[in-house]
Unconditional design. Sequence first.
Length: 89
Amino acid sequence: MAACDRALRSLIVLLVLASSAVVVDSGPLSYGICQTGCNALVVSCYAAAGFTFGTVTAGASTPFVIITCNAGLGTCMVACIAAGFTPTP
């Protein structure tokens, strides 16, 4: 009988904990919008430098402005992670 009481008590505790959990979704839409904005910025950065995004390969002769555009893209994409994990109701 004691084992049955312990199992019932454990089940009740589990149900109480499960029912008290708050449901929160992260922001996948915000994450996608943020990434689109980052890509638009890097395309305009490349265009301002006279290049087309996606056509320059990294190497020793890569212009510094392209490296700067890529660094900016990386920083922007890292910031998008925060948008993706921000709780939205």
